[in-house]
Design a protein around this ligand. Sequence first.
Ligand code: UT7
Length: 329
Amino acid sequence: MTKTGQNMILGTGHTVPDKILTNADLEKIVDTSDQWIVERSGIRLRHIAEKGAALSELATEAARRAIDDAGLKVEDIDLIVLATVTGDMKFPATACFVQENLGARNAAAFDISAACSGFIYALQIADGLLRSQPYRHALVIGGEILTSMVDWQDRNTCVLFGDGAGAVVLGPARDGRGILSTHIGSDGAYSHLLYNAGCGCINMPTVENVQEKIHTLRMEGKEVFRHAVVAMSRAMKKALKEADVSSEDLDLVISHQANLRIIEALAKRLKVTEKQTYVNVDRFGNTSAASIPIALDEARKNGIIKEGSLVGLVAFGAGFTWAASILRL
Ligand code: UT7
């Protein structure tokens, strides 16, 4: 028997800052080249926010578009779950600023932190709360201004990231559609391979810490790459099994957009074709928790996927964390 979901995606939206940073621009900042960046990551350009811009602004715009797309009013939203590691402030939650911007008076709002896997974690949490609480509609947002924590002198990382936000509205499923399965996992043994040690309680913003750029992102790219491919393929296989479908059945796989080579290696492991694989990392770079909802919205709006399509989402990020979900749109 085909599995059915209890909640489905009713609408999607995304937004990115207007400002574009090309590989040629980066050549002027660090010792790099367009050729190296394209060959090693597939990235050609990324959108970046102005210094001091608020993530809540991007997240609010993405949310408005998703609510409009769902044909709902802001008062219909009962829950706002925002996945990010680059919120406006340490607290309160950026989701509360989004709630205020939208005027979503009836919603409970909070943030979650699972780095690049955050959106699928948030989807899982929202789906669970919709099932267990008297809520009907949840806004699930993935958003980052990751360039706010980039060390612009570190060529190993500064060429990789971009900013943006994507959102979906979840609500009651019908016609055999909905979230068929979700698998999330993590392994804290690898936290030292991708982290930002500043901005927490251990490393206060002292003059020494600021001078040592303790508040910037650090990554062992090669190690992260290796783990990402293995963990994402394992997570996706679990989600496929749970949904009782095979990779051949998928109309589209939307994997976290960190690196074209990772996306291709994953496709090979999952035995999915180029046609089944969505790629926009060339135009956005790695937008962390925003990458999947941005891609999902693009793929829906340009007609690659439509009502009834079977879609696999899969992500990997700091923690390490990983997550996969199978949806019937
Ligand atoms: O979102 C969470 C998940 N994040 C990821 O999935 C990112 C995973 N990692 C990656 O995408 C890749 O590892 C990178 C794109 C970060 C790097 O690609 P790589 O093929 O693993 O290169 P590498 O780090 O091994 O560096 C190869 C060489 C090094 O030079 P030597 O030591 O061989 O002389 C680097 O110093 O490339 C050098 N290099 C650069 N050269 C020009 C590193 N960054 C740059 C650069 N421009 N921007």
